[in-house]
Every structure is written in structure tokens, then in C-alpha cells.
Design a protein around this ligand. Structure first.
Ligand code: BGC
Length: 318
């Protein structure tokens, strides 16, 4: 594969800071890059891929045992924690000018997605999160009318876009975060990054996709849903932040309302295929606006210094 680009996310920054991530066994370095995009240089016969195809490599691989979930292709739900992840956990990533991937872990993208295809990986995370909400909600009658997405980073923006593109979506009010047409310079200003408008939770959403990982928002979401609410947590937070909460009333709320709080990480092949289909249909200009900086490989370090108007920063590899 000729590397085209990789996206940079909070996990990459944590790895660079030495707070997360594992080099492959026996090595002391990890090649970064889990939000991949490449172009096939050479593909084995019968693999279904041909030179020139635009491709994304899947992040996770099943644990070697494998556990029951991994054995069923649900490596995103691995039970024993021995899964590996390219660019994150014990496998080199895709931030190289040339890389290889097993054909069963390669996903073809619409050829028109060359400038934005590195958004597939975060899109798969969102696809899985919404699937979790639908499955959890589906345990009884469920017709969610209102959803709140917290966070104005790529996950939050893609989570709104994902839902807006699906039929039977919960309603968004005009002017509500996420009701805007898409990300642009103004998008971050519309949605507070730290904290949220109290009013958003006063609306008592049926669904919350929490994409900040900020403790106060996590607990406010749990306490603020409508009856039979589903809160899906997708933000990975650093450990060690203490917060004082009224555990009694949160528990009471969850019990008396049949509420659910579900965590969601990573994605399996089904979500990659759903994501690839969704990106192919999405408004290309909207996606382009989400990539606020493109940094060439020689200056890759710059991608890790945040700037105020960053949404998604990509490192270009060509
Ligand atoms: C990635 C996931 C991964 C998780 C934990 C996230 O940034 O998008 O694919 O499972 O980090 O390592």
C-alpha cells in the first residue's frame, strides 16, 4: 500500500505523551497511525483488491486465544483484553509511506474519498456507538425523538452527521448543537467544548452520545435523560480525575426510569463497511471542512501541537 494520509486523534496524542500505547513485543518503538488511508500498490490475486484502490486498514485484531467475542468476529467486544491494535497496541500503525495489511482487514473506499478517507476510522466508532444505542433501546419499545451529542470534535460532529443521515432519527431543534449543516470555522463556537449548555439536558434527551469524556458531562448526561434514556459513552478520559456526585439520586434515576449507560469503543468489520457506505454518500464539502489542517510527513510533529480551530488534523504521506 502507498500511504496517503493518517488522521491524528486524542489517542495518538496520549501515545506521544507516553500515557497510552504499547510497542510490539520485543520492540521499543511503535509506529503511529490508526486512522489510515492508503492506495493499493500490489494485491494478491483473488484478494478482491486491485492496484490503485483506495483502502483503509482496520485497527483491531482479535486476541490470539480467541475469546468468544473475537471468535465471532466481534473483536471490538474482546473479553480478555489481549486484542491488538495497529498504531496503538502491540502492532505498528499505518503512518508510513508504504504499509501492508491482510486483505481481510482492508476496506475499499469510494475513489472520490481520497482527500477525506482518513475519516473512516472515527466514523466506524460512531457507527458502532449508534448501533449500541439502537440495540440497547430495542430491548423494549423505542422511538427516540431527541438526541444530544456532546462534544464538537470529529466524533461529536460525525455522530450528528451519522444520525442525521439515518431514517427515523431523533429530532434536533434548529440552533441546537448538531442542527447546523456541518463543521466549519463556526462549528466549534456553536458547541461549548468544556461543559455544555444546561438547557441541552433540560430537554431531557432520549439518547445521549457522550463524546467529550469530561466527568461532569458524563454524570450530567446520566442524570439528565428522559425515561428509558440511553447514554452511550465514547470519550476516553484520563484516570485520576475526582468529582463529587449524588450517587443516590443518579442510581435512583437509572432504576426508576429503566435508563442505560453503555460504553462503546472501537469497531468491527460491519461498522467499517457501514462507515464506508455512509462516507461515500456524505456531503464531500462537509467532510473536507472537518479536516482543518494537513501536515506533511516531514513536519508530522506539528500535528501534535493543538491549535484553536483544529477539528481533525491529518498527516499526509505522499
Ligand atoms: C480508537 C479505537 C481504539 C481506542 C482504544 C481510539 O482512539 O479510535 O479504535 O480501540 O482508541 O485503543
Amino acid at each position: 500500500m502507498d500511504g496517503v494520509a493518517v488522521g491524528v486523534c486524542g489517542t495518538d496524542k496520549e501515545i506521544v505523551a507516553g500515557d497510552y500505547g504499547w510497542a510490539p513485543p520485543g520492540e521499543d518503538r511503535l509506529i503511529l497511525g490508526h486512522e489510515s488511508l492508503g492506495r493499493v500498490r500490489e494485491a494478491p490475486q483473488g484478494s478482491g483488491f486491485a492496484a490503485g484502490d483506495l483502502v483503509v486498514g482496520v485497527v483491531r485484531r482479535p486476541d490470539p486465544e480467541p475469546c468468544g467475542a473475537c471468535a465471532h468476529g466481534e473483536f471490538d467486544m474482546c473479553r480478555n483484553g489481549r486484542y491488538t491494535e495497529r498504531g496503538i497496541k502491540e502492532r505498528h500503525g499505518y503512518a508510513s509511506q508504504a504499509w501492508t495489511v491482510e486483505s481481510e482487514y482492508a476496506v475499499r473506499l469510494d475513489p472520490g474519498l481520497e482527500s477525506v478517507g482518513m475519516l473512516l476510522e472515527p466514523t466506524t466508532v460512531v457507527a458502532k456507538a449508534w448501533e449500541q444505542v439502537e440495540r440497547v433501546g430495542g430491548r423494549a419499545w423505542f422511538e427516540p425523538r431527541r438526541a444530544l451529542v456532546t462534544g464538537a470534535g470529529p466524533l461529536g460532529l460525525l455522530a450528528r452527521c451519522w444520525r442525521a443521515a439515518r431514517p427515523g432519527r431523533p429530532r434536533t431543534r434548529p440552533g441546537e448543537p448538531g442542527a447546523e449543516a456541518g463543521p466549519g470555522r463556526g462549528a466549534r463556537r456553536d458547541v461549548p467544548q468544556r461543559g455544555h449548555r444546561r438547557g441541552d439536558l433540560a430537554l431531557r434527551p432520549d439518547v445521549v452520545i457522550e463524546a467529550t469524556g469530561a466527568g461532569s458531562l458524563v454524570f450530567a448526561s446520566m442524570a439528565g435523560t428522559a425515561t428509558y434514556g440511553v447514554v452511550c459513552l465514547t470519550g476516553v478520559s484520563p484516570a485520576g480525575r475526582k468529582l463529587s456526585v449524588d450517587a443516590g439520586s443518579i442510581n435512583r434515576d437509572l432504576v426508576l426510569e429503566n435508563d442505560v449507560v453503555v460504553g462503546s469503543v472501537n469497531a468491527n468489520l460491519r461498522h467499517y463497511h457501514q462507515g464506508a457506505e455512509a462516507l461515500a454518500k456524505a456531503d464531500r464539502a462537509w467532510l473536507e471542512r472537518m479536516i482543518t489542517r494537513r501536515v506533511p510527513l516531514e513536519r508530522a510533529a506539528e500535528a501534535f501541537t493543538p491549535r484553536d480551530d483544529d477539528i481533525k488534523v491529518a498527516i499526509t504521506l505522499t
